[in-house]
Design a protein around this ligand. Structure first.
Ligand SMILES: [Zn+2]
Length: 100
């Protein structure tokens, strides 16, 4: 794949927590890109705030992570749920109250 025209091909820094973002495989998702830049920091302010926001707005215990599309450089969010996450945890947990 020709990535010459892509806006973000080197790991960007999350504007919310300053963590270096990581590639998430998105080949099987609807993003028209083999990967997305995603902030995987569980202490990310956006991720932490998301739990409360989503609980209030949709009544669901889910959150989202900050992401950047590598091709157009557009920022957005993706739901923090993944099949992996569900497999590992069985049910959603609120990291704000998780045991350390
Ligand atoms: Zn972050």
């Amino acid at each position: 794949m020709d990535t010459k025209e892509w806006k973000v091909t080197e790991a960007p820094t999350c504007p919310h927590c300053k963590a270096v973002m990581e590639q998430m495989d998105s080949r099987y998702l609807d993003w028209d890109s083999p990967y997305l830049w995603v902030c995987y920091n569980n202490d990310c302010t956006l991720f932490k705030k998301g739990w409360n926001h989503m609980m209030e707005s949709v009544g669901q215990l889910v959150s989202y992570r900050f992401m950047i599309h590598p091709q157009d450089g557009q920022a957005g969010v993706i739901p923090a749920f993944s099949p992996d996450y569900l497999k590992k945890n069985g049910k959603p947990a609120n990291p704000n109250y998780a045991d350390e």
